[in-house]
Design a protein around this ligand. Structure first.
Ligand code: TXA
Ligand code: MG
Length: 315
């Protein structure tokens, strides 16, 4: 059920049910992070493997120390600059966080989301919320309440409707190893923004055998239809015998079933529309989707990361 009633959503969370929670990045599938039973329901509802840990959300920096042991100086700088916002920090945890949340890791991923409804929910609760993106595992993240309702509606207490997500792609995940900051997942806060605050950072190359962030698994964020990335005119030629849908950055290829991410060539607008566009194409009467990459800069890095993963071979 989709609702705008904050108090109803709070009641659901207090009685141990899951709630579709709007954030500025994507909708989360939220539940009491201190309650093992509830966390277990999150994994079940998403069909998510237990090796893939969850992000814990709260509304104030002081509250983080209820469940985080320590914040390295660089983490403090990033928190001051970007919270509330689209950055998740991976920090040493306290034992109060159930092992299930962190997949047994000694660190916990933490974020203060920048969405007024989410912040009001978090402020009213006396526990933080574990919330992965509210999509079945491996599928495209939801950016509207209806996306959550369609796929997980029957498994959860309600979806709190907070409108369309403003950023549209998930948070950037930053970890700290030997006081060095590492980017585990590209996202809503850009590498350029981060480097302006703490200097050069490294992107941790992903591995699907031992994912540090599941966003790192190759085939992730995938539509159900085959998804090919490359030079669109070339791909149109190659697949001309099949029913094609086209996802382009700014150019109109004059194709019937085509979504242009941003006619103005604006990366923020493209990010905002990306997952909606993938879902839209997935539901069209087509056999496959062809797409091109966007400029590899700023938010474009995170967009290209999602596009490449949507295009990876399905297992
Ligand atoms: O924007 C977002 O981050 C959204 C909204 C709802 O906040 N959440 C989100 O969650 O994208 P999810 O579960 O789809 O992705 C969280 C990622 C996972 O890929 C997980 O592997 C990584 O965070 N993660 C969680 N805890 C970690 C840890 N202790 N160390 C390394 N990576 C971790
Ligand atoms: Mg996800």
């Amino acid at each position: 059920m989709i609702t705008q009633d904050l108090f109803y959503a709070l009641a659901c969370l207090r009685r141990g049910e899951l709630v579709g929670l709007p954030t500025e990045t994507v909708y989360g599938l939220a539940g009491n992070a201190f309650d093992r039973q509830v966390v277990s329901q999150i994994f079940e509802a998403k069909n998510r493997p237990h090796f893939d840990p969850l992000i814990v959300h709260t509304d104030r920096l002081e509250k983080i120390f209820d469940f985080v042991e320590y914040m390295p100086p660089k983490a403090q700088l990033l928190a001051q600059k970007f919270w509330a916002g689209a950055i998740t920090l991976v920090l040493p945890r306290k034992p109060i966080i159930p092992d299930l949340v962190t997949s047994g890791l000694e660190t916990v991923a933490v974020r203060i989301p920048n969405h007024s409804l989410a912040l009001r929910v978090l402020a009213a609760l006396d526990f933080p919320l574990a919330a992965p993106s509210a999509n079945p595992f491996g599928y495209v993240s939801p950016t509207q309440a209806q996306h959550v309702e369609d796929q997980l509606g029957i498994k959860i207490g309600c979806v709190l409707d907070g409108g369309n997500c403003e950023i549209g792609i998930e948070s950037t995940i930053v970890g700290f190893e030997n006081e060095q900051a590492l980017i585990y997942r590209q996202g809503g806060i850009t590498v350029e923004q981060i480097e302006a605050v703490i200097g050069k950072v490294q992107a941790q190359p992903h591995s699907s055998s031992q994912p540090k962030a599941a966003g790192m698994l190759a085939s992730h964020y995938s539509p159900k239809k085959p998804f090919f990335i490359g030079h669109i005119p070339f791909l149109l030629e190659k697949y001309h015998k099949q029913k094609i849908g086209v996802l382009s950055f700014e150019k109109n290829y004059g194709f019937e079933r085509q979504i242009i991410l941003s006619e103005k060539g604006n990366l923020a607008e493209a990010a905002q529309r990306l997952f909606w566009a993938m879902r839209e194409l997935d539901s069209m009467d087509i056999e496959l989707i062809i797409s091109e990459l966007v400029p590899e800069m700023g938010l474009g890095r995170a967009i290209n990361d999602r596009l490449r993963r949507a295009g990876a071979e399905k297992e």
